[in-house]
Every structure is written in C-alpha cells, then in structure tokens.
Design a protein around this ligand. Structure first.
Ligand code: GDP
Length: 290
C-alpha cells in the first residue's frame, strides 16, 4: 500500500512518544526531526514538510494538554492534527444530477475512474453516462466504450473526431435525460500548453459542476507544479487519488492536494470497477497510524 513507509516511520515516532516517561524540549526536538525525516522520505514537498514540522514544534512547545490528558497523548494529538491538515478538509461529492469533467495526465487512471464513478452513482440509484472526449490516445474511445458496457451505462463518443468540443456538445445533448454525465478528457505525457488550452475549451462548453483531478498516488515531486497549473487553468473542485493499492511513496500526491487546497473525494484501490472508496481524512489517517 502506498504510504506504507511513512506510516511505519510515524508509528515508530508515536510509539517513542507514548513510551517515554516525560515530554521535554529534547523529546519535542526529536519528534520534530523524526516526523520531518519521515515526510521527506515519502516525497512530501520540502516546503510543506518544513511548514508542518514548524507548526508541530510551536504547538508542542506552547500549548498545554487539557486536564486529564497526559503530555505524551497531547503530543500525539498534535502530530495527528497537523498531519490531517495536509490531507485536507473532508468534503463529499454531492449526489445530485450534474456534469463531471475528469482531468489529469496520461496514465493516471482517468478512464478507469470514469467507469468506477459511473458504477458508484448507479449504486446510489442515479443514472450516469460516459462521454469519451479523450481524442489524444488512440485506444481511449474503445477503452471507455468497453468500460461503459462492463458497468452497464450509456456511452457517447464520435470515433475519429478530433475536436473534443464537438464531442462534448453532442454528448451532453445525447445524454440529456441522464442524471450524471461524466466527461473523460485527454491527458498528455507531460503538462503542456496544448493540454491546458484543450481542457479550458472543454470546461467552457461543458460548464461542469465538478472538475475532478485524477492523480496517481505513486507520482513524485512533479505532482505539485502540475496540479497547480491545471488548477489555475480550470479550477479543480476535487481530487481522486488512484493506485493507492500500488507501491510508491505517496507524499507527492498529498503535497499536490495540499497545494491546490481541494478535497480528496475518492481513492482508487485497484483496477476493478468496484475499487473506489469514498475518502475520509480522519479514517485514512487512523488507518495510516493505527
Ligand atoms: P488514463 O490515461 O488517465 O485514462 O489512465 P487509465 O484509466 O487508462 O489507467 C492507466 C492504468 O492504471 C490502467 O492499467 C488501469 O487499469 C490502472 N489503474 C487505474 N486506477 C487504478 C487503481 O486504483 N489501482 C491500480 N492498481 N491500477 C489502476
């Protein structure tokens, strides 16, 4: 599981704290250093790691535990709260008729997530259709068509059409009576002007309720700048972190999420259409540190 090494380092730090007989400035210094090292090793952006540990240090030194709580438990609570800050605010995708546009780079899991989301809405009793606006990757049309058949939801695409704006316009019209319309857009190997202008045009024509950024959990330090550029272009409203079942450091994705200040709605935990979990920061952190 992604973030395994971060989890084991942090657990070790917490064990150290709870096992210590008292908390003094030396303990705090050591904890701050351990947490910092664990974050950096997991690919968390340096600025973010320093900011988190600085907050941790200040709070640990200045705040006093409430009555009935030991200083060890209080220090653990502060570590927990500061980590929760980078994981972000809890917010759920609203179950209402809407247009959802998925954006992200190539191979991050957009097309797969489109199918997973369709299944999710279907399970909640809402009709959902998929629109294939990825005109860049040769097999994207077939892949989404296949996924739509597998999930059992309507699909719209225009094979061979190179103008995604045309596809989206026609698709939204065709799926008029479907409650949730999900648009799969093109990625690129790397972020470029072409992609930015393409997704900007699509946003304008689709007026989506949600622009979801699909991000591979195993991505490294490049995640932050990429997310920021896409956010500036189209305004990301939420994030799906995929491949949480994979191996990787995970901190790059978390740094990106913290940078764009958008909620993580879902995590992808496998290649199957059921492998999608609603994200809950508290639960996630408890599992990580549990
Ligand atoms: P796109 O280029 O962004 O549309 O990416 P795809 O949806 O085609 O996904 C790229 C690869 O990642 C495919 O082989 C998917 O099966 C795989 N994938 C997507 N999401 C997950 C996930 O949550 N876990 C795992 N293990 N693989 C995933």
């Amino acid at each position: 599981m992604v973030l395994d090494s971060l989890a084991s380092s942090l657990r070790e730090t917490i064990r150290k704290v709870t096992g210590s007989s008292y908390v003094d400035s030396e303990t705090i210094k050591e904890v701050v250093r351990d947490v910092q090292r664990a974050l950096l090793k997991s690919d968390v952006n340096v600025k973010l790691a320093l900011q988190l540990t600085k907050n941790l240090e200040t709070r640990a030194k200045e705040e006093k535990p409430p009555a009935g709580m030991t200083s060890q438990d209080f220090l653990v609570k502060i570590i927990y709260e500061e980590l929760l800050k980078i994981i972000g605010k809890d917010s759920k995708l609203v179950l209402k008729p809407q247009v959802i546009m998925l954006v992200g780079l190539y191979g991050q899991g957009k097309t797969t997530s489109a199918g997973k989301l369709a299944k999710f809405f279907n399970k909640k009793g809402m009709s959902c259709g998929l629109i294939a606006a990825d005109i860049h990757r040769a097999a994207a049309y077939e892949q989404l068509d296949q996924i739509a058949k597998q999930v059992g939801v309507p699909f719209f695409g225009i094979k061979g059409e190179k103008n995604p704006v045309k596809i989206v316009k026609a698709g939204l019209k065709q799926l008029e009576n479907i409650q949730v319309k999900i648009i799969d857009t093109s990625g690129r190997d790397a972020l470029d002007e072409d992609l930015i202008s393409e997704i900007k045009d699509l946003k304008q024509v689709a007026s989506p309720d949600e622009v979801l950024y699909v991000l591979d959990a195993t991505i490294g330090q490049q995640a932050g700048p990429q997310a920021r550029a896409i956010d500036e272009a189209v305004g990301i409203t939420g994030v799906i972190i995929t491949k949480m079942d994979g191996t990787g450091k995970g901190g790059g994705a978390l740094s990106a999420v913290s940078e764009i200040n958008s909620p993580i709605y879902f995590i992808g935990t496998g290649e199957h259409m059921d492998d999608l979990e609603i994200f809950n920061g508290n639960k996630f952190l408890s599992r990580l540190l549990g």
